[in-house]
Design a protein around this ligand. Structure first.
Ligand code: FAD
Length: 117
């Protein structure tokens, strides 16, 4: 467990950014293998998350709200929902998931052309 609240919050912001950006880039029509990979990634992310208290809480959330991996929209909506569950627990504002559309930009729009800049 990280002892310092500032560091824990910084880690959380970085982690949520990686997660939401991953969901925003997930295929609209994933293969079964891609869906399985995302499900495994989320479960391993939880298992290895460095803040023990957070990982424990996230474990309970994953049992209650299993990862939705059938499309980009379902993954992004699911991610927004579980983040809001954490927001609720911490007394933070609830994010409007209708606005998640273009919020998470990876800066890699040309990837599909093979140009990773
Ligand atoms: P964050 O919650 O980090 O959010 C960052 C930004 O994401 C916000 O500024 C906003 O622009 C956007 N955002 C907010 N809500 C949503 C949403 N629903 N969907 C999409 N985008 C959104 N901290 C603890 O103290 N205890 C815990 O148990 C705990 N569990 C965590 C579990 C996980 C899996 C993760 C990744 C983090 C956890 N954290 C926990 C950290 C906590 O969630 C915050 O990251 C941290 O408190 C910093 O909060 P923040 O207000 O800066 O914004």
């Amino acid at each position: 467990k990280l002892g310092n609240e500032t560091v824990k919050a910084e880690l959380g912001r970085a982690a949520w950014r990686v997660l939401h950006t991953t969901f925003a880039r997930f295929p609209d029509e994933p293969t079964a293998d891609e869906s399985q990979a995302l499900k495994d990634y989320i479960h391993l992310f939880q298992r290895l998350y460095p803040c023990g208290e957070c990982a424990q809480h996230f474990h309970e959330l994953l049992k209650k709200f299993p990862p939705q991996v059938s499309s980009r929209t379902s993954a992004a909506t699911w991610g927004c929902h579980v983040h809001n569950e954490v927001n609720r627990k911490l007394g933070k504002d609830i994010f409007d998931c209708a606005n998640i559309g273009d919020f998470y930009d990876c800066g890699c729009a040309d990837d599909e052309a093979g140009d990773k800049t």
